[in-house]
Design a binder for this molecule. Sequence first.
Ligand SMILES: [Zn+2]
Length: 292
Amino acid sequence: MSFVSFVEVFFSDWPESMKILLLLLLTALPLSAWGDKGHRIASALALKGLPPGPRAWFAGREGEVEDHASDPDRWRQDRKEGPRHFLDMEPYGGPDHLPRTLEEAHERLGGDYHRLGVVPWIIQDRWRDLVEAFRSGDPARVALATSILGHYIADSHVPLHTTLNHDGQATDQRGIHSRWETGLVERFLQPGDLEALPAEADPTFLTRPWDWLRASHALLPQLLEDDRSADRTTPAGDRGKLRTQAYWMMFWAKQGPGVKRQLQLSGKHLGDAVLNAWIAAGRPVPPAKAAP
Ligand SMILES: [Zn+2]
């Protein structure tokens, strides 16, 4: 029985808002996604995939874009910030029934909808900030807006950011969140491992975050299964499971291609976002650098 259906069955005569509250009490907010290394890799890939027009805005600022790519994770002591990094799909009935607007989310789930995650709408807002940054003519502002937007785009490519079972708490796989998104990345990924994919123009760009989230969610069953199967070799110690090199090698062999693909797509989709923001801003040319 899934975690949500458990709540549905055993608390069936509770009002909807109480059931959601219960789900929230039984879960904790997810950890930060990708870690600094992953967010840096995604930002660097995005810039590499840009055509010359928007690319010119970032000349000499590549490091800046990477340096700020994890900033939103540092804002999470603000209670409003956490839900900006994910969207839990189960309370809406799964990936095919997601609301498209915040109004619809509110209508369907009531006042607590915000705590179940708002990442697609935050991506839309931060994308509009980037369009404004291009219009302002300030390359430093463009670089910062790109970092911030890129953070939320990369988070939406983490399968465990699309589910109430975000840390394996419903399937007895606690800690899987960081094992997948930082454990594997920190241990095995080299920055040069991933090839940048070229950014593409897309007039329907603002609808895309839902596609990314659905694709991420579809990776969950295999991800959970691969962790369980790698874990069969893991001895239990006094303080829980002691994951050995054998676990990590096995988990990487199974999930490494998925981790790489999701990071590569995070970079590609940030590149798409930048290209489309630049087009929406009227294809501006960056200001000439002042003579030294
Ligand atoms: Zn995050």
